[in-house]
Design a protein around this ligand. Structure first.
Ligand code: UT7
Length: 330
């Protein structure tokens, strides 16, 4: 009997820009203060990609190159590359095309996937399916966002939250039971009113009016999103454990989307996980949207052990949310 093929994460790469935007910097830009930001969100500073024409692909490309170096393979060996992002370089072509060109992935096809803060989980599950089917051997999944491109730095409700960053994982076939074991993903389009970027799509194409009305920036009704996020992320993570007959005691690490420390704490508490088992870097990077979960893996990879059970969990615009169970393979 042939063994079941799973998609194992065999390398992680990451990139964060050098420039920092601190709470103290924001105090000079809008009516806010360090204490409010830290107690309400957990954030102290974020990274910002600066430079004329610098785009999401300029973070995604070095993240993928980092991953290739660690795995010791060439870009030409990549079969497929998926970029989860809501801040593509351009509306089209896809940022995946740009990344493949920049790194020399001449044999890969690819595309962008838009699921906001859940983008990495959606792309990871999609990429894993290509491996599980036997169709491809090397799939790269990138989470990358240049949120500073769509943040209104006059709006204190949102400008304190977001930062820029990119990270990527390589998926390869495994027949020993390591890798992506299960995912529970959800969307509810009725949540679209509470977290969105109104203009620039086909509903409200760019016009003098949309620019004047500041509609090319991310808008969020924070309180509403918070309520849905706390429940959504905790529920889906608990369901995922239940249906795999696991409890918090079986989990080595929770790898949560980094939107708000209070949402992360609620999810950890629901799963019965102590703080030491939760990856948290929101204080240094803020919310990098699709990049938060792979950036955590990038920073924690030396502490992970082969066979560790990990739960990835996210909630974001759409609404989109979900959780993924992973057995660490390296
Ligand atoms: O990643 C995608 C999913 N996104 C999320 O999961 C984010 C979910 N939402 C949140 O994390 C939180 O709702 C925020 C951090 C965005 C806001 O925290 P909150 O505890 O929900 O605050 P609030 O919006 O209810 O505002 C409380 C007060 C208000 O003043 P009043 O009306 O009580 O006088 C705001 O005007 O805080 C005020 N406020 C601020 N004060 C200082 C709002 N923003 C700021 C600010 N600095 N930056």
């Amino acid at each position: 009997m042939t063994k079941k093929i799973t998609a194992a994460i065999t390398a992680v790469g990451g990139f964060v820009p050098e420039d920092r935007l601190t709470n103290q910097d924001l105090e000079k830009m809008v009516d806010t203060n360090d204490e409010w930001i830290r107690t309400r969100t957990g954030i102290s500073e974020r990274r910002i990609l600066k430079g004329e024409g610098k785009a999401t692909s300029d973070m995604a490309a070095p993240a993928v190159l980092d991953l290739l170096k660690k795995r010791g393979i060439e870009a030409s060996e990549i079969d497929c590359l998926i970029v989860a992002t809501v801040t593509p370089d351009m509306v089209f072509p896809a940022t995946a095309n740009v990344v493949c060109d920049k790194i020399g992935a001449v044999n890969a096809w690819g595309y962008d996937l838009s699921a906001a803060c859940s983008g990495f989980l959606f792309a990871l599950t999609t990429g894993a399916s290509y491996i599980e089917s036997g169709r491809y051997k090397k799939v790269v999944v990138v989470g990358a966002d240049k949120m500073s491109a769509i943040v209104d730095y006059t709006d204190r409700n949102t400008c304190i939250l977001f930062g820029d960053g990119a990270a990527a994982v390589l998926l390869e076939p495994n027949d020993e039971g390591y890798g992506i074991l299960d995912s529970q993903l959800k969307t509810d389009g009725s949540g679209r009113y509470y977290l969105n970027m109104k203009a620039g799509g086909s509903a409200y194409p760019a016009s003098v009016e949309t620019v004047t009305n500041r509609e090319h920036f991310a808008f969020q009704e924070g309180k509403t999103v918070f309520k849905f996020a706390v429940k959504g992320m905790a529920d889906v993570s608990a369901d995922l454990l239940d249906r795999n007959k696991l409890t918090g005691a079986d989990i080595a690490w929770l790898v949560p989307h980094q939107a708000n420390l209070r949402i992360i704490d609620a999810t950890a508490e629901r799963l019965g996980l102590p703080k030491e088992k939760v990856m948290i870097n929101i204080q240094r990077y803020g919310n990098t949207t699709a990049a938060t979960i792979p950036l955590c893996l990038w920073e924690w990879q030396n502490q992970l052990k082969k066979g560790d059970n990990l739960v990835f969990a996210a909630f974001g615009g759409g609404f989109t949310w979900g959780a993924t169970l992973v057995k660490w393979a390296i």
